[in-house]
Design a protein around this ligand. Structure first.
Ligand code: ATR
Length: 280
């Protein structure tokens, strides 16, 4: 990479106005003393192809991709990392001299934050994942690399959990159970992870799981970061579980993306501070 040139970075999505990524990445660029700018770019599905052309022609070094483009952007790229291919979604594009490479840093960002912030030991542990959507796919992919004993998927729509379980069954012991079998799944769970949007602002009273079932569970984790502590996490904490919120996942998915683009370690603390400040 030519370090003399200002870095052109951004995030594409629809909507995009409330994204915290610009605040986080611009703070990181300042902290690193790198010249450049990270912009929020509103791109409708109809304009996605034009935007990707602009990424090439206007010399963007990197782009984050958010809803609704994470899957639809894939055909426009030149190459997909193993992570993005397997998860079926791209959240980070790296422009290597005009060659656009799609990566997915959501899952590894999540696992890194779990290890750093909840001191979670994953190898040999029993994990319950609630949900079987796009977020769950990234999480399962990254967790599989940590060699847990078993992952049990609980989802409102059991068939979706079964499909996900089948897809990763070559890598890991995965079991799909209907949501009404939560009690059985939680009996021996060390770690429970909510990947659904249940409990997210403004529906903060939502609970993806009956907290009374959290008997021997050591850590309860929620991907949601608005609110910073969901009702599930508060009730789990009150029951004596260690809890882990979603802010760290957001920060570390950004940190990995920034490291792909710049080749230098991301200033994680400054990034976290910037996100928190932008939420006030
Ligand atoms: P994401 O990319 O955020 O995972 P998604 O692919 O739409 O979004 O998946 C949403 C997940 O949250 C799914 O597991 C969904 O359950 P279904 O597969 O049954 O739809 C789950 N979910 C969303 N709202 C829910 C609710 N009110 N109760 C239970 N599960 C819910």
């Amino acid at each position: 990479m030519n370090r003399q040139r200002a870095l052109k970075l951004g995030v594409i999505g629809d909507p995009i106005a409330h994204s915290k990524s610009p605040a986080m990445h611009n703070a990181a660029l300042r902290e690193l003393g790198l010249e450049g700018e990270y912009a929020a770019i509103h791109v409708t599905p109809q304009r996605l192809g034009d935007m990707i052309r602009s990424v090439r022609e206007d010399g963007y070094r990197g782009i984050n991709v958010t809803i609704p483009h994470k899957e639809n952007v894939m055909p426009y790229l030149d190459e997909l990392g193993e992570d993005a291919r397997r998860i079926g979604a791209v959240n980070t594009i790296v422009n290597e001299n005009g060659r656009l490479i799609g990566r997915n840093t959501d899952g590894i960002g999540y696992v890194r934050s779990l290890k750093e912030e909840a001191a979670a030991e994953l190898t040999g542990r029993r994990i319950v994942v609630i949900g079987a959507g796009g977020a769950a796919r990234g999480i399962v992919h990254a967790l599989a690399a940590e060699a847990p004993d078993r992952i049990t998927l609980l989802n409102r729509t059991t068939q979706r959990a079964e499909e996900l379980a089948r897809e990763w069954s070559d890598l890991i012991d995965l079991v799909a159970l209907p949501a009404d079998r939560a009690a059985q799944a939680l009996e021996s769970a060390d770690l429970v992870i909510n990947t659904t949007s249940v409990g997210m602002h403004p529906h903060v009273d939502g609970l993806p799981l009956d907290p009374a079932l959290l008997r021997g569970t050591e850590i309860v984790s929620d991907l949601i970061y608005n609110p910073l502590e969901t009702r599930l996490l508060r009730l789990a904490r009150e029951r004596g579980c260690r809890t882990h919120g979603g802010l760290g996942m957001f920060v570390y998915q950004g940190a990995y993306a920034l490291e792909y683009w710049t080749g230098v370690p991301a200033p994680v603390s400054a990034m976290r501070r910037a996100v928190l400040a932008s939420m006030e």
